[in-house]
Write a protein that binds this ligand. Structure first.
Ligand SMILES: Nc1ncnc2c1ncn2[C@@H]1O[C@H](COP(=O)(O)OP(=O)(O)O)[C@@H](O)[C@H]1O
Ligand SMILES: [Mg+2]
Length: 295
């Protein structure tokens, strides 16, 4: 019969001894990344006239800075294609190509020892060599496979732990359980970073740090609790009731909620959104030193 790693049953209540996986981490890790830039070369089709093959460079990450302490959980938010997976991959030391800036673990560069202690759960991760279905049992669903994949990673007591959208495709109750489990793991001194798509408000408040990353260009990095104050301070506050994640994703898409009813002709929308994103990126750069929780 199949065997399954059930993350939910591993969650401990306050009056119980912590389950083995929640015990304190062996090696706490202070993860720091500074001005990370990742560039790829895009080959263009052969030009028929000149017969020359052109290529151009594209910056996927445009100077991303932040730090995650042992015991903290970082949420990387941004629209699809904004560089979340690329950043997580680079933090995990698995990105080859033109990567500049500095990524350190306890103030040292990436090492093989660190690679052994690291946990990763990415979308493409399949659970190899684990029987999660038998001849009489249908295979597991995507959500179940995701949970097995995360469970498989945490069995080695990893830190740091990188997760790419651990809750996508899950119902909100299961998503809450997964993030609570990851929060418990962080509480044991682990360093946790994840890309997450539109977390509900109750999930959002579990994150110690938030990085908002449209087009590889950070708009905010700091304490989750101070994100709203920061955007209000630069005159971007929501005036309709909406969840924090929705509000941040609107900003990351260049949509200023306060202008929702402003008359912008449809052919001007792209220009307007780019202007909002540029203004936010510029504000972020000039406010870098003042955002709480950057170290
Ligand atoms: N090796 C690569 N070559 C060309 N483009 C890439 C490469 N890696 C990522 N990209 C592009 O960079 C952008 C960001 O990708 P990704 O990090 O997967 O975004 P996200 O995880 O936020 O959806 C996408 O437009 C993607 O197509
Ligand atoms: Mg991705």
């Amino acid at each position: 019969m199949g065997s399954e790693i059930d993350m939910e049953s591993q969650t401990c209540s306050s009056d119980q001894e912590p389950t083995a996986i929640f015990k304190n981490v062996n090696r706490p890790v202070f993860l720091k990344f500074e001005d990370v830039v990742y560039t790829v070369e895009i080959k263009k089709a052969r030009c028929l006239k000149t017969k020359s093959k052109k290529s151009e460079e594209r910056n996927i990450l445009k100077g991303v800075t932040g730090a995650v302490l042992p015991g903290e959980m970082l949420a990387i938010l941004g629209p699809s294609g904004s560089g979340k997976t690329t950043l997580l991959t680079s933090l995990g030391g698995r990105l080859s190509g033109q990567l500049s800036g500095s990524i350190t673990y306890n103030d040292k560069p990436f090492s093989n020892q660190m690679k052994r202690n690291m946990g990763r759960s990415f979308e493409a991760t399949k659970c190899k060599n684990i029987i999660i279905s038998g001849p009489m049992k249908r295979g597991v669903s995507g959500g179940e496979r995701k949970r097995v994949s995360i469970g498989q990673e945490i069995l080695i007591n990893p830190s740091p732990l990188f997760l790419d959208k651990p809750t996508s495709g899950l119902d909100s109750t299961t998503a809450q359980r997964i993030v609570s489990t990851l929060w418990e793991l962080a509480r044991g001194g682990r360093t946790v970073a994840m890309a997450i798509h539109q977390p509900s408000s109750r999930l959002f408040y579990m994150f110690h740090k938030v990085l908002l990353l449209p087009d590889g260009n950070p708009l905010f990095f700091g304490k989750g609790a101070s994100v709203m104050d920061y955007f209000s301070s630069i005159a971007y506050s929501p005036f309709v009731h909406m969840t924090l994640a929705d509000y941040l994703l609107d900003l990351a898409n260049g949509k200023n909620v306060a202008d929702a009813y402003a008359c912008v002709p449809s052919n001007e929308v792209d220009k307007e959104q780019k202007a909002v994103k540029d203004a936010l990126a510029t504000s972020y750069k000039s406010n870098l030193a003042h955002i709480e929780g950057r170290d």
